[in-house]
Design a protein around this ligand. Structure first.
Ligand code: FCB
Length: 462
């Protein structure tokens, strides 16, 4: 049962536009100690009383590690072109340095081969937050040596898997790892120190640039990039104080990453604002960070509204909210894409995550279990429409991925927040495609039909 076709964006997307769905290792795999996997900072963080809203952890999660084949079938039945997943560093290199774990590498080999057998392009993320705890014990991302450990890990993974994946992204959302992990302490490793956070952000960017250089030198055939969480950030009122606060927040969240990656420099206003908390930057670091990428990945969920008196407000302007308390602002995606294209000109852009948490209900009907998540269908359809608007205005967007394939461990929110287009029953681990899965599948079929028609129209009549 699909919603009416009028809900689909009207324009056909380019024939080579990549439609996908995304997950990350820690959030779905479980198997926390299986086959020689080492401990990650998220394994450790979950044990801290009060760190995770529902007191949960990732030991089992969706048990994807043991349900790989069935999950691959779910991805294939959806009809996507691409699947974005991450490699768990401690699964393939338990201590973060030294010996690699063949069993861990074999798992990702099976995943990639399983995707290829189903005609789906693998998009591999090297670091979706689960740093080996052994490296954290030596200082983690705040320590410069971790940069080189990451480059070694990246080279090894790329040498083993790089010829079978379409793209490799180094880091997922450095701002989140730096600021939520080391300034607010809301995420692993739970440190609260702004200077540390800024040093971490620098090391993440540097390790990205050095990894790109190394993979290129190794002739890695995959396309290379990074994934940033970006939002349009504006002032709550017309006051000059709010405008200044919004400009600074934009500097800390957007320009602090975009400027070094595309211009080889940190934004001067933020640098000045940070005072003693600026990172230590060695000669040559900025040039390394600005190593040209093949594409930029962005994750978009909501906008930011900032006032001088406080930080972000979730409910500005009475827009509807998701279950995370995030405003639903599809036009923010258009605005963001236009700005990125105008100011930094990335060679290509991918929306690597977009989706929403809502309080879904699993209904038992005579036809079987169902989840009527009309809110999520609406969210996704409207964001694809916003993407379409950006493409129509000339932004080179090459792909879009829904977050997430299935309900999973939503970090500090535990299992209470559901982002999946497939429902996960955590008692039985049963997967139930939601209406949003059926809608996306219908949308993808329509895209495929249009592609086929367009291809046929180009065939010369004999
Ligand atoms: C992003 C993360 C992803 C997921 C979504 C909801 O910040 O990259 O793992 O948790 O938010």
């Amino acid at each position: 049962m699909n919603p009416p076709p009028s809900r689909y964006p009207s324009h056909p997307f380019a024939a080579d536009f990549v439609w996908g769905v995304a997950t990350s290792a820690f959030q779905i795999e479980g198997a926390a100690t299986a086959d020689g996997k080492g401990e990650s900072i998220w394994d450790r963080f979950c044990r801290q009383p009060g760190a995770i809203a529902d007191g949960s952890h990732g030991d089992v999660a969706c048990d994807h590690y043991h349900r790989l084949e069935a999950d691959l079938d779910l991805i294939a039945d959806l009809g996507v072109d691409a699947y974005r997943f991450s490699v768990s560093w401690p699964r393939v290199q338990p201590a973060g340095q030294g010996a690699f774990n063949e069993a861990g590498l074999a798992f990702y080999g099976r995943l990639i081969d399983g995707l290829a057998a189903r005609g789906i392009k693998p998009y591999l993320t090297l670091n979706h937050w689960d740093l080996p705890q052994a490296l954290q014990d030596q200082g983690g991302w705040a320590r410069r040596d971790t940069v080189h450990r990451f480059v070694d890990y990246a080279r090894h993974v790329a040498a083993r898997l790089g010829d079978r994946v379409a793209a490799i992204t180094t880091h997922n959302e450095p701002w989140v790892m730096a600021v939520l992990g080391h300034e607010s302490g809301l995420f692993a490793p739970g440190i609260r120190h702004r200077g540390t956070a800024m040093q971490v952000a620098h090391h993440l960017l540097l390790s990205h640039g050095l990894a790109l250089r190394a993979l290129r030198a190794d002739a890695c055939p995959a396309r290379l990039g990074i994934v940033l969480n970006l939002s349009p950030i504006g002032p709550a009122t017309d006051s000059p104080e709010d405008a200044a606060a919004a400009r600074l927040e934009d500097g800390r969240c957007v320009r602090w990453y975009m400027d070094p990656l595309f211009r080889g420099q940190y934004p001067a206003d933020v640098w000045q604002h940070l005072g003693a908390d600026v990172p230590l930057v060695h000669e040559g670091d900025m040039a390394a960070i600005a190593t040209p990428m093949d594409f930029l990945g962005i994750n978009y969920y909501t906008r930011g509204v900032v006032s001088a008196s406080g930080t972000w407000s979730a409910q500005h302007g009475g827009k509807p909210l998701t279950d995370m308390g995030w405003e639903i602002v599809p036009e923010g995606l258009t605005e963001l894409l236009l700005r990125l294209h105008r100011e930094w000109r990335p060679p290509a852009l991918y929306v690597m995550e977009n989706g929403a948490a809502f309080q879904d209900t699993l209904e038992h009907t005579p036809e079987g279990p169902r989840v009527h998540d009309a809110d999520r269908v609406d969210y996704i359809a409207r964001h694809i429409g916003a993407l379409d608007d950006a493409v129509a205005q000339g932004v080179p967007v090459a792909g879009y991925m829904v977050w997430s394939l299935m309900d999973n461990f939503e970090w500090a929110s535990g299992y209470a927040k559901r982002f999946g287009i497939v429902h996960t029953d955590y008692a039985t681990l049963a997967r139930t495609p939601k209406d949003s899965y059926l809608w996306y599948r219908g949308f993808l079929r329509l895209q495929a039909q249009r592609r086929a028609q367009a291809a046929q129209a180009q065939v010369p009549v004999p």
